[in-house]
Write a protein that binds this ligand. Sequence first.
Ligand SMILES: NC(=O)c1ccc[n+]([C@@H]2O[C@H](COP(=O)([O-])OP(=O)(O)OC[C@H]3O[C@@H](n4cnc5c(N)ncnc54)[C@H](O)[C@@H]3O)[C@@H](O)[C@H]2O)c1
Length: 258
Amino acid sequence: MSDGVARDGLKAGDLVVVTGGGGGFGRALSLRFARDGAKVAVWEVNRDSGEETARQVREAGGEARFFPVDLSQPAEIEAAAAAVLDAYGAPYCVINNASIYPRASVLDMSGETFERTLRVNVTAPFLVVKAFGRAMIAQRRGVVINISSTIAMQGAAGGANYASSKGALLSFTKSLALEWAQHNIRCNSILPGVAFTAQPLEATSAEELLERGRRTIPLGRVGYPDDVAGLAAFLASADAAYMTGQGLAMNGGRVFVP
Ligand SMILES: NC(=O)c1ccc[n+]([C@@H]2O[C@H](COP(=O)([O-])OP(=O)(O)OC[C@H]3O[C@@H](n4cnc5c(N)ncnc54)[C@H](O)[C@@H]3O)[C@@H](O)[C@H]2O)c1
């Protein structure tokens, strides 16, 4: 006897949208999904890095197109989503990966910086899924992956703006999962620990970052973009067909020590 509920996963030729596709995780996600047979729409504010990701995907034999977009501008999100829908139709998977991390203590941070962080890290993912929602729902299949952070759970001195945005993204993902489960669209977040990309390197040197990994992470190293890309590929696959509303930490075994 069958329950009649589809078990679905990414298929060759499906479209994946990756925001922040020119960055560390964004490029690895784009290359990984292309290797799994997806077409990739690379969304990026930095034209050079976005185009470079699309070029690397094509060089590896995949299909990718760069879409310039500043996620802090709602009109640009709408225009980029319309361009994607026009070129490819509904995406199967949307990965909200872009973020900003301006650092300052609560006392030193301006309200403008706090709000700008929320705009790029939370409001933009909301607007992105809203822009694709009706088309994805019409397909009755899809996956949303929001890249949060372990900082959502542990907080960050000097990064209350970023921690707040990542906590909100986690709650947003759970809410979206509940709203869209009826449409066979699964929504999960990944909570990476510290990884070797440009973002932590804004605040520390490469050697210090590697040393921190050796010293403080049980598995003896920081994360790398391919670690996160592998987990995202799993979440988009049929192997994760019964997972929605989850926040999956990937942090080398590091637990929060107050
Ligand atoms: N690297 C880490 O240690 C780490 C840890 C936990 C979570 N994360 C999260 O992983 C995700 C990817 O981070 P990363 O480490 O690859 O950082 P990254 O800085 O390499 O990449 C982020 C990308 O987002 C883009 N971006 C920023 N603002 C944008 C805007 N307004 N419009 C469009 N694109 C914009 C940037 O240009 C950049 O290419 C982020 O959500 C980050 O918060 C990273």
